[in-house]
Design a protein around this ligand. Structure first.
Ligand code: ADP
Length: 507
């Protein structure tokens, strides 16, 4: 049977997230045609450890691709390209010969390598490698997690040195699986989160590999964010379709928000919270606790850089209210519960479950609920949880503004939590600038689709993509200055209460 003559005009974006994997079919106007989604298990073998099963993630990826194609009523002939976006920093190590992982994925939230990080920081402090990598030393980034697997799986280190093993963040894992082992690559945005890449050369760095004890033989090739990496293998529903875009989830969301130029920014509210400000072709090294990272690189063009403020706990605080406290049954119920009270009753939650990320970078912090009185009820807790997300975002927003010549005048937002309109009002109140939600809030998947579509010529350039961005709704700050100042002062005091909690002799 001859292949149909029609020109493919859709893109399949695979979004391999922390809690689930999605496949979304976009049309050539950047609109969602269909989607498939499946959650995977969160494995907590010990306090502070977080793992995923890479085989389950790959099964889910295949499943959701099938779901999305069926739902759209299309076949591979309608798909111009595949884009991949992913939870960043998460580490998977697999056997090149069998394609089998040698250990569960160690997830970005996992803090098991704190001792290794402390040992490295003892000589030169947490900013020891910051000039080269843009990153502070933290368990968050991939390098110490790779070494942990090589040190704890029998024979792994020797096999890695011999070139028998492959490391990848989930983008590389999905790319490898999709191409049936033909391509072992990652993009610059993902590579920039490992602590192993030099931002100046955009290549793996021998000094860093040595310091973190990661053999170069295990590392994927670093490619741009938008180019054809390879084609889906013959056993795939999308066989022969080019895989043409890869961006780490936060960079993808920035791209999907059309924040292509210096000074443009976005905040994503997912499991964690992530503010990104595009700094253009300029590498800005932060003095205020932000990360310097690659925003994107299109083919051979000059890379664009960004400043990023990462907040470890955002949506996962809502999950905690649901799963650990049981005061809500579903995530959206947090909004209804928070609306049963007029304000937070002066209760503050600082969700420093695994320490505090930007701008504090305090691994010794642990969570606290402060300001409790006999008056406080679960409505106040729900409200304090949403405010905690808003105030953590304020902290990174202020840090970003302190680095920029022109302060941010409005914040584009996206991610699973932006369905929560109370949160967005609280956010505008905390920031004192408008908060803007686009029509398509699946910006992560959209960004990956854009990168893939650009590489295969479905879209001409970023100007064409910018024209596709459309506003859904905006929230203006609505609180008076005194109330705002009171809330911020209380929040900062609450943060103080969480610091210095974990002592080095804590088991
Ligand atoms: P990720 O990409 O990190 O997996 P998502 O962007 O899918 O995350 O967002 C999911 C997170 O958003 C979950 O932590 C969930 O608890 C939270 N969430 C989803 N809907 C709501 C809501 N209506 N209100 C508050 N939180 C929500």
């Amino acid at each position: 049977m001859a292949a149909p003559e029609r020109r493919p005009t859709t893109i399949v974006a695979i979004d391999q997230g922390t809690t689930s994997t999605r496949a979304i079919v976009f049309d050539d106007r950047g609109r969602i045609v269909s989607a498939g989604q499946r959650e995977h298990r969160q494995l907590f073998p010990k306090p502070g450890w977080v793992e995923h099963d890479p085989a389950e993630i790959w099964r889910n990826t295949r499943h959701v691709i099938g779901e999305a194609l069926a739902d759209a009523g299309i076949t591979r002939h309608d798909v111009a390209a595949i884009g991949i976006t992913n939870q960043r920093e998460t580490v998977i190590v697999w056997d090149r010969a069998t394609g089998e992982p040698i250990h569960n994925a160690i997830v970005w939230q996992d803090t098991r390598t704190q001792d290794a990080v402390d040992a490295l920081a003892a000589d030169g402090g947490v900013r020891r490698f910051a000039a080269k990598t843009g990153l502070p030393l933290a368990t968050y980034f991939s390098a110490t997690k790779i070494a942990w697997i090589l040190d704890h799986v029998e024979g792994a280190r020797e096999r890695a040195e011999a070139g028998e093993l492959a490391f990848g963040t989930p983008d590389s894992w999905v790319l490898w699986k999709l191409t049936d082992g033909a391509v072992h690559a990652t993009d610059v945005t993902n590579a920039s989160r490992t602590l192993l890449m030099d931002l100046a050369t955009l290549d793996w760095d021998d000094e860093l590999c040595e310091a973190f004890r990661v053999p170069r033989a295990i590392l994927p090739e670093i490619r741009s964010s938008s180019e054809v990496y390879g084609h889906a293998a013959s056993d795939s529903l999308l066989r022969e379709t080019p895989i043409a875009g890869i961006l780490g989830d936060q960079q993808a969301a920035t791209f999907g928000q059309a924040a292509f130029d210096a000074g443009e920014s976005k905040n994503t509210y997912g499991t964690g919270g992530f503010l990104i400000v595009n700094t253009g072709t300029e590498l800005v090294h932060s003095g205020s606790g932000l990360i310097t990272t690659v925003a994107y690189r299109l083919g051979d063009e000059a890379p664009r850089f960004a400043l990023e403020g990462s907040v470890a706990v955002a949506g996962s605080l809502v999950q905690w209210l649901r799963d650990n406290l049981g005061i809500i049954r579903t995530a959206p119920e947090v909004e209804t519960l928070a609306e049963t009270v007029d304000d937070n009753g002066d209760v503050y939650i600082v969700p420093a479950f695994s320490g505090l990320f930007a701008p504090y970078w305090r691994p010794d912090a642990r969570g606290a609920i402060v300001g409790l009185t006999r008056f406080a009820n679960k409505g106040h807790l729900a409200r304090a949880a949403l405010e905690a997300v808003a105030y953590q975002t304020l902290d990174v927003f202020e840090a970003a503004n302190s680095e920029l010549e022109v302060p941010i005048t409005e914040l584009r937002v996206d991610g699973g939590m932006v369905a929560n309109e109370l949160l967005l009002q609280l956010q505008a109140d905390a920031l004192g600038v408008p908060v803007v939600r686009p029509e398509i809030t699946e910006t992560t998947a959209l960004g990956a689709a854009y990168a893939a579509g650009l590489a295969v010529g479905l879209w001409k350039d970023t100007d064409e993509l910018r024209a596709l961005w459309a506003e859904d709704r905006r929230w203006e700050p609505a609180v008076d200055a005194a109330t705002r100042a009171h809330g911020i002062a209380r929040w900062r005091k609450a943060v103080e209460r969480t610091l210095d909690w974990v002592e080095s002799d804590t088991p």
